[in-house]
Design a protein around this ligand. Structure first.
Ligand code: CA2
Length: 137
């Protein structure tokens, strides 16, 4: 099983800022936990603050992996381009969010990603990623 986790803008700050919303673990530490918990899964990981780089990563992963776990962060609510990229690929995508976007500001209630993905998991903290992995397994 070959999975890629793609994280969008500002998620490089996880564990360093706003722990009350996003927790106090860095993503690198969490990824190590995932690798330890799922030795049979081959994980790749990309984080970018740049929309075009996320689109490139989705296109590249789109025919080469068993699954993509995508947290497009703020681009979730703005990016037609990321939505189009997901629509154009074969690999199934699970959209994840750490926070419950529906309990936050109105602008976070809409996703340009959701119509094109296999499923959406949100609001479980970093565990949202683990639930996405379980869904692929
Ligand atoms: O809850 C999520 O996972 C989000 O995708 C996170 C995005 C936000 O724009 C989405 O509405 C929901 C924000 C990511 C920012 O990450 C930070 C992490 C630590 C400190 C500051 C920002």
């Amino acid at each position: 099983m070959k999975l890629i986790i793609i994280n969008g803008p500002n998620l490089n700050l996880l564990g360093k800022r706003e722990p009350e919303i996003y927790g106090s673990l860095t993503f690198d530490d969490y990824l190590q936990e995932l690798k330890n918990s799922y030795p049979g899964v081959n994980f790749d990981y990309i984080q970018s603050n740049i929309e075009g780089e996320l689109i490139d990563a989705i296109q590249k992963a789109g025919f080469d992996y068993d699954g993509i776990i995508l947290n497009a962060a703020a681009y979730t609510h703005t990016s037609v381009g990321i939505g189009d990229a997901i629509k154009a690929i074969e690999t199934p995508v699970i959209e994840v969010h750490i926070s419950n976007t529906f309990s936050r500001e109105e602008f976070r209630h809409h996703s340009y990603i959701s119509p094109h993905v296999k499923g959406v998991i949100l609001g479980f903290g970093l565990q949202s990623y683990k639930l996405a992995i379980e869904s692929f397994l």
